[in-house]
Design a protein around this ligand. Sequence first.
Ligand code: FES
Ligand SMILES: [Fe+2]
Length: 461
Amino acid sequence: MKFEKFDERRYDHEKGWRINPDADAGAPERKFPYVDNGTGFIDPSRYYDPAFAQAEWDRLWTRTWLIAGRASDVSTKGDYFTFDVGTQSILVVRDGDGPEDINAYYNVCHHRGNRLVMSEFGHAENFTCMFHSWAWNIDGSLRNIQDRETFRDEVVCDEPGLAPVHSGLWGGFVFINMAEQPSQSLTDFLGPLPDQLAPFHFEDMVIVKDTQTWWPANWKTALDAFLESYHVHSVHPEILGFYDDYYQQWDLFENGMSRMLMEFGTVSPREDDQQSVNDGLKMMLEDAGMDPEGFKGTAAEVRKAIQDFKVKAYGKDGKWFDGLVENQATDDWAYFIFPNVTLNIHPEGFLFQRFRPDPRDPEGFVYDVQVMLHPVEDAKPPVYMGVEDGTDCSGRTRPERNHIKRGEPGLGFVLEQDSQLVPIVQQGLHSKGFKGMRFSEQEQRLRHFHAELDRYLNGEK
Ligand code: FES
Ligand SMILES: [Fe+2]
């Protein structure tokens, strides 16, 4: 191992590491003050106890803001999508042309409780229940009660519209909140994230990959694994040639949110060979549009060379790079949106991962993996975005959602490695010999997440 980057090897948790020690107080990559969430062990029962899962349902899922989907999936009046979480299905529908004309409702018929809409996406003039044909307009108002004359007036005189759910928009995402009255506005909930992420222009990105699967593990067992890079050297050693898994910047924000800034185009300090421009670095150079064989610099010069090249190339047509800083050209800016979404952000686009609980089994979760990109006609997205060759990245066609079983191809090799690991961790959590999780400071984002989860469960939130 070569730990040469900093003079002092000893880690100071209050100071942390920073990807740019020269960043000034207003720089996007500035280091935020440490948040002390203590040193307690995390009780493993929260990963399998049905009572804990029920408490999460009652106090977290039904009371916080959740990303339901993309506004681009409801771009035209009458477009809709459904979002299922736990026992609930939510219908998100556009009923006008303005940005505020996206609304959310419980996806249920007021007659006998049938699920109203069955498909994940679609376009409708109105919504008609398949059981007895009650119907609603796309603005949620009641349209028709079949054979109304056979109902006594008291039963239907309230003319029930679809039951509304709070909704909001940011970054091209549609959020929902099932609370009667959310305790925070969406803006307050997101805190500093919109400002920090504005230069990436999420709202202009298009979905190019959409995969859904189910893994036998608690949703948090999987989420935890994506909030840290501590496991990369043992589970994903293939990427250490072009990825610094050790000297990372961890920043903790309000409401459980956090980020992890990770250098790409740098050899991991764990690697013996720090000099050669290895295959991983060559891949990074090629992805950026450079000639890897013609590159004459050292391994340590690759990251900066790619940054210079990309800033110049993207700067040419004035898009993608307005407001971004150099290290964003190469690095992975990994954000966590509490409670269940991670984003791995690059200037070209981002990887979106969402973890949803299985309402029938605390040891199962629904795993969504999507890739959003700035539309490109012919350029190939970087390999690390996990987009298959030949994918249409122009934004003209929205890819179908690919439902796969665990172990089937479709996630890309890094996530497939995680798919092998996470269910085994889930089994280990039951051991009578395990006394609870002991987090390193590399795992401070996990501690921060669990501390916020506890605030929901104990009634502080
Ligand atoms: S349950 Fe929907 S019309 Fe009867
Ligand atoms: Fe992993």
